[in-house]
Ligand binder design. Structure first.
Ligand code: GUN
Length: 308
């Protein structure tokens, strides 16, 4: 079974569109996202334009705040502080990576977690770990939605997460090991969780053997072809979070995107597998949109993130 993130994301966008239209029929303003982009990293520019396109499609207003590579850390922090207090903006993200002279941790720490629709700030992550109301990290939340759509259960299962990044590996592991919980009112009720989670990374011994014991493998290592057929037990679910650009002069762009899984050889063995592109990527974007709508809706209902 191919886990078709492109199709599931489209379904989710339709739901969001209906919801936003109903708000507008009530005479309410549209939800609004701001995206901060520093420099001209080609991958980041592509991600940002995809996010903006998805916002337009569902009726979320979106502002792009683009800055040159040489913006200082302090100038960027001033932008964050303004966005934190701008009541016309429901949520905002800072596209990563940032230039080397800007400390990512400083920037993320300054984002008000109640507007952190990427779910990447230390407060969002800390609150999630403790089971408090928090905006979920976009990529793990997207994977959760994908698993739910295909009725893939995690309770009692052994999930191997490869990668320990703050953006995917760590929040994914936390989300899956937790008791199923309501992270936010109305939209993020989830039946997933209760998994036994092993987190592997670049220094893990016996990666192959550990993976072979997995019911579900989630790989976010940024390493093309890392997960091979001999690491996957028959019937296992394989979720590929990798997005790697491989030079390919035969394509119009001169490169193609591949994941962290040797798809050709793993697909015949796996019970379910997400492709790259068209798997996790579109789900991450739709999770971001959902997070914006949840923050916006929370304001309407008076149930705000951080209210407990
Ligand atoms: N860079 C790569 N993926 C992401 C993401 O999901 N959010 C942000 N802010 N930056 C990224």
């Amino acid at each position: 079974m191919i886990l078709d993130g492109k199709m599931v994301a489209q379904e989710e966008r339709k739901k969001l569109c209906t919801l936003i239209t109903s708000y507008q029929e009530m005479g309410l303003r549209a939800p609004k996202l701001a995206i901060v982009l520093v420099g001209h990293n080609p991958a980041s520019e592509t991600y940002v334009s995809n996010k903006m396109k998805a916002c337009h499609e569902v009726g979320i207003e979106v502002d792009k705040l683009a800055f040159e590579e040489d913006i200082t850390e302090q100038e960027l922090l001033n932008v964050i502080h303004q966005l934190n207090t701008d009541s016309s903006v429901d949520g905002f993200i800072v596209q990563l990576p940032l230039p080397e002279h800007i400390r990512e941790s400083m920037v993320l720490t300054e984002i008000d977690y109640r507007k952190d629709v990427d779910g990447l700030t230390p407060m969002s992550m800390g609150r999630s770990i403790q089971g408090l109301r928090a905006i979920p990290s976009a990529t793990p939340a997207g994977i959760r939605t994908l698993l739910e759509y295909y009725h893939i259960q995690t309770a009692g299962k052994h999930v191997v997460v490869i990668g320990r990044s703050n953006i995917v590996g760590k929040p994914m592991a936390i989300m899956l090991m937790q008791r199923p919980y309501l992270s936010l009112p109305s939209m993020s009720a989830s039946t997933l969780g209760d998994a036994t989670v092993t987190v592997c990374h670049s220094k893990t011994d016996h990666l192959e053997a550990i993976c072979r014991t997995a019911d579900i493998i989630i790989v976010a290592a940024g390493c093309p072809g890392l997960v091979k057929a001999n690491m996957v037990q028959p019937g296992a679910t394989v979720i590929d979070v990798g997005i790697n650009r491989i030079e390919d002069p035969s394509t119009p762009r001169g490169y193609r995107l591949v994941g962290d899984v040797d798809f050709e050889h793993v697909a015949p063995i796996a019970g379910a597998i997400s492709p790259v592109p068209g798997g996790v990527g579109p789900m991450t974007i739709v999770s971001l949109l959902k997070n914006v709508v949840v923050v916006y809706g929370g304001k309407l209902l008076g149930a705000k993130v951080g209210e407990e």
